[in-house]
Design a protein around this ligand. Structure first.
Ligand SMILES: [Zn+2]
Length: 329
C-alpha cells in the first residue's frame, strides 16, 4: 500500500452506524475519555514551542463542556456546535465550534491547557493551511476533518429548498429542514477537483498562479463540473489553462483538502500536443520542465515545487522517480 496522502486518516474509525444511536452519542459526549477538538472561525488550536514542530491540542470533556454554553449535548449537536468525528483507538473525538466566543484563548486559559500539558503562552488558533503539513499526519487529518465539519454546519443553517432553519441529526452528519412540509435532508458536502501532472515523455507541464509563493510551480487543477467525468474534467482543465491536449489519463490517488471543502483527485496524464498557450486569466505562466532538471534543482526562490503536504508534490515526485503503483503512467 502506498503511503496515504496528508489529511487522510485510514486509522480513523468514523463509526458511521453507531453515530446514529443517540444514546451512545450522548454517553460519548460526556465520557471522561472522549476528546474534543476546538475549532474557532476555521482555525485550529495548536501549540508551538520555538524550534519544535506544532502539535494539535485536544480537550477533555470537563474542559470542553463549559465552552459550549447553555444546553445539553443534544442541543449542541443539533446546532452543530458539537460534531462527532469518530474514534481513534476506541476514544470518541468531537469537534467543538468556539466561533461564538470573541477571545477563546482567554476562556480556555490555564486549567484546560494545563490538562493538555500546554502552557497558555504557546497555544494559538492557527489556519491549518499555514501549518503546511508540519503536524504529524494523523493530527493533520483530525484537525482537517474537524474544520471541514464545522465549516459545513456554519453554512447550512437554512434549507436550500424552502429557506426554513435546519437542525443537525446523526451526531452532526446530517441536517434536516425543520419545516414539516419539507423535511429535506442535507448532508456534508465535499466538492471534487481534479489535479494532474501532464507529461510529454521526459518533461512535465507545470504552471504558476499569481498567488503562489515566489518561484512555485505546480500541477494544473480545477473543479469537476456537473455532468462531467473525471477524465473529461482533466482534459478540459488542461486545455483551458494551457491549450495542451491530453490522451491517456490514469488515476493516481486522492487527498481530502478542507480549504474549504474539497477532495483532490490526482491523475497522471499524457500530452498529445506540445505548444503551450497560457490562459492568463487562470495562470501567470506554464512551461515544460525536463525531468533531469527537476531532479537536480532544490527548492529556492527561482523555482520550487508545491508544498510538502500537497498531492501536487506527490504527483510530481512519483513521476520524477517513476514510482510504480496503481495507475501511474
Ligand atoms: Zn426545507
Amino acid at each position: 500500500m502506498p503511503l496515504p496522502n496528508y489529511y487522510s486518516a485510514p486509522e480513523f474509525e468514523r463509526a458511521g452506524l453507531r453515530r446514529r444511536d443517540g444514546e451512545w452519542i450522548r454517553a460519548r459526549a460526556t465520557d471522561a475519555a472522549s476528546q474534543f477538538v476546538p475549532v474557532w472561525r476555521s482555525q485550529n488550536l495548536v501549540v508551538e514551542i520555538e524550534g519544535g514542530e506544532p502539535r494539535a491540542i485536544v480537550l477533555a470533556a470537563g474542559h470542553a463542556a463549559p465552552l459550549l454554553g447553555e444546553g445539553d449535548a443534544d442541543t449542541h449537536l443539533a446546532h452543530g456546535r458539537l460534531v462527532f468525528l469518530g474514534e481513534i483507538e476506541a476514544r470518541a473525538h468531537f469537534a467543538i465550534d468556539l466561533s461564538a466566543i470573541e477571545t477563546p484563548l482567554e476562556r480556555l486559559a490555564s486549567p484546560a491547557l494545563a490538562a493538555s500539558g500546554v502552557s497558555a503562552d504557546n497555544a494559538r488558533f492557527a489556519d491549518l493551511r499555514q501549518l503546511a503539513g508540519r503536524l504529524a499526519r494523523p493530527e493533520g487529518a483530525l484537525l482537517a476533518l474537524a474544520r471541514a465539519m464545522v465549516f459545513w454546519h456554519q453554512r447550512h443553517r437554512f434549507c436550500g429548498l424552502c429557506g426554513s432553519p435546519t437542525l443537525g441529526e446523526e451526531a452532526g452528519h446530517m441536517r434536516r429542514c425543520t419545516n414539516p412540509d419539507c423535511s429535506t435532508m442535507h448532508f456534508p458536502r465535499t466538492d471534487p477537483a481534479v489535479i494532474m501532472l501532464v507529461s510529454d515523455g521526459e518533461r512535465a507541464l507545470l504552471g504558476r498562479n499569481k498567488n503562489f509563493p515566489p518561484g512555485m510551480y505546480s500541477t494544473l487543477a480545477g473543479f469537476v463540473e456537473p455532468g462531467e467525468s473525471l477524465e473529461d474534467a482533466v482534459a478540459r482543465e488542461v486545455r483551458e489553462e494551457t491549450a495542451i491536449e491530453v490522451g491517456a489519463v490514469a488515476y493516481h490517488s486522492s487527498q481530502p483538502w478542507p480549504f474549504p471543502a474539497n477532495i483532490m483527485l490526482g491523475f497522471h496524464a499524457e500530452a498529445t500536443s506540445t505548444e503551450i498557450t497560457v490562459d492568463y486569466g487562470e495562470l501567470e505562466d506554464a512551461r515544460w520542465f525536463e525531468r533531469d532538471w527537476l531532479l537536480k534543482h532544490a527548492d529556492d526562490n527561482t523555482f520550487r515545487l508545491p508544498r510538502l503536504d500537497s498531492i501536487a508534490r506527490r504527483l510530481v515526485k512519483d513521476w520524477l522517480h517513476r514510482k510504480a503503483g496503481p495507475g501511474s503512467l
